[in-house]
Design a protein around this ligand. Structure first.
Ligand code: XUL
Ligand code: CO
Length: 437
């Protein structure tokens, strides 16, 4: 059997005192937290595109990564990537992978040829899944890389391009069903605009909604049981992307009668590009019944683009896992490492270190979040902060029993409103810090 990650053993949990760079210090897959093993809370996934397709090229530099699975023939490379992916997942203890159609097999000269290429790879993925127990978290179609999608896919000014995207999405959904994918993601890579001067926004949004409705109908038709996710991102490569953040996706779904069919796949670096935090986006999603999945990564404070670095920030991990636990945990979703190694980390072992660090960071975030919840003071504070709503005028407002007339009279009688609750922000931040040991 070919091995692509040579000299990499199965990575095991050795605990916080271990100095072994090839061991987990915090991710102990079977350790039970809040009644569930860590692996079920975290549902870690490798991103096929970054891990096995990314070359390390950037706008200023050529391919730099060593990719031992790369062969002269693109179909041989595709077959090798299947082996590399499952070897990697088994060694790291990653239970899931995520992929675009184009990650799995090369595009051919025609759509039919592209699909023949995919059809040759899918049985291999299926067999590897059966053999290893590693599963597909979500599938998706790449409707942004090829020049045909330069104006967008569902929002293209060209109707044939829309049709091409629809066909591609239909095929990617079929493959995702075939592989037992837990979900299917829509990331509208170029569903936005570079200039409003050439954009009919109303028409483009209506077209995008048509595409989504067709996908909903097709899902029913082919019997795909997985969850649909939309992945918000405000910009890059477009200047403005219609799915700019969780709230914009929500408004779009509501406006077009789609809200019952979708949840959100929140990506950390996309949240920060939108001027939010991952925590904010997760809370917004959960508050509106849209919490679904996470693309776990991070940006760089000093760089303004989607750097897709591995998530190592413990505060971010803690706040994300607090939000996940509060939302009741993942069902179809999980934590997909939509992240790539830095260009200068070009050896296969660097991908291993990157995942060990990120899995440990998220596991540590989970442990800290669970400890904060067990402590109870944060939740109690939150509950008490809104105590004025539990009785009296607050309860009557919440129940819809009063309107402006009653509130005018009420306030004229009382004369003044004086909040007597401090926000206690520093005390709560100290409480969180207490658990960073
Ligand atoms: C791009 C991005 C995508 C989606 C899937 O920023 O995050 O890789 O996750 O298309
Ligand atoms: Co992503």
């Amino acid at each position: 059997m070919v091995e692509f990650f040579k000299n990499v053993p199965k990575i095991s949990y050795e605990g916080p005192d271990s100095d072994n760079p090839l061991a987990f210090k915090h991710y102990d897959a079977d350790a039970v937290i809040e009644g569930r093993p860590m692996r079920e809370h975290l549902r870690f996934s490798v991103a096929y595109w970054h891990a096995f397709c990314g070359t390390g090229a950037d706008p200023f530099g050529e391919a730099a990564r060593q990719l031992p699975w790369q062969a002269g023939d693109p179909m041989e490379t595709a077959r090798n990537k299947v082996v590399a992916c499952f070897e990697f997942c088994e060694k790291l203890g990653l239970d899931f992978y995520c992929a675009h159609d184009n990650d799995l097999a090369p595009e051919g000269a025609t759509l039919a040829e592209s699909w023949r290429n995919l059809d040759a790879i899918v049985p291999r993925l299926k067999e590897a899944q059966q053999h290893t127990g590693v599963r597909l978290l979500w599938g998706t179609a790449n409707c942004f890389s090829h020049p045909r999608f330069m104006h967008g896919a569902g929002t293209s000014c060209n109707a044939d391009v829309f049709a091409y995207a629809a066909a591609k999405i239909a095929k990617a959904m079929e493959i995702t069903r075939e592989l037992g994918g837990q979900g299917y993601v829509f990331w509208g890579g170029r569903e936005g605009y570079k200039s409003l001067l050439n954009t009919d926004m109303r028409r483009e949004l209506d077209h995008l909604a048509r595409l989504m409705h067709m996908a909903v109908d097709y899902k029913e038709k082919i019997g795909f049981q997985g969850q649909f996710f939309i992945e918000p991102k405000p910009k890059e490569p477009t200047k403005h992307q219609y799915d700019s953040d969780a709230a914009a996706c929500h408004a779009f779904l509501l406006r077009h009668g789609l809200v019952d069919h979708f949840k959100l796949n929140i990506e950390a670096n996309h949240a920060t590009l939108a001027g939010h935090t991952l925590h904010h986006e997760l809370e917004y999603a959960a508050a509106n019944g849209l919490f679904g999945s996470i693309d776990a990564n991070r940006g760089d404070l000093l760089l303004g683009w989607d750097t897709d670095q591995f998530p190592l920030d413990l505060y971010d991990a803690t706040f994300a896992m607090l939000a996940v636990l509060r939302a009741g945990g993942f069902t179809a979703g999980g934590l997909n490492f939509d992240a790539h190694v830095h260009r200068e980390s070009f050896e296969p072992i660097d991908l291993v270190y990157a995942h060990i660090g990120a899995m440990d960071a998220m596991a540590r975030g989970l442990k800290i979040a669970a400890a904060i919840r067990a402590d109870g003071r944060l939740d109690d504070f939150l509950e008490n902060r809104y105590a004025s709503w539990n009785s009296g005028i607050g309860a009557r407002i919440e129940a819809g029993d009063v309107g402006f007339d009653e509130l005018k009279n009420y306030m004229l009688e009382r004369g003044e409103a004086a909040p007597n609750e401090s926000g206690r922000v520093e005390m709560l931040e100290n409480l969180v810090n207490q658990y960073f040991r």
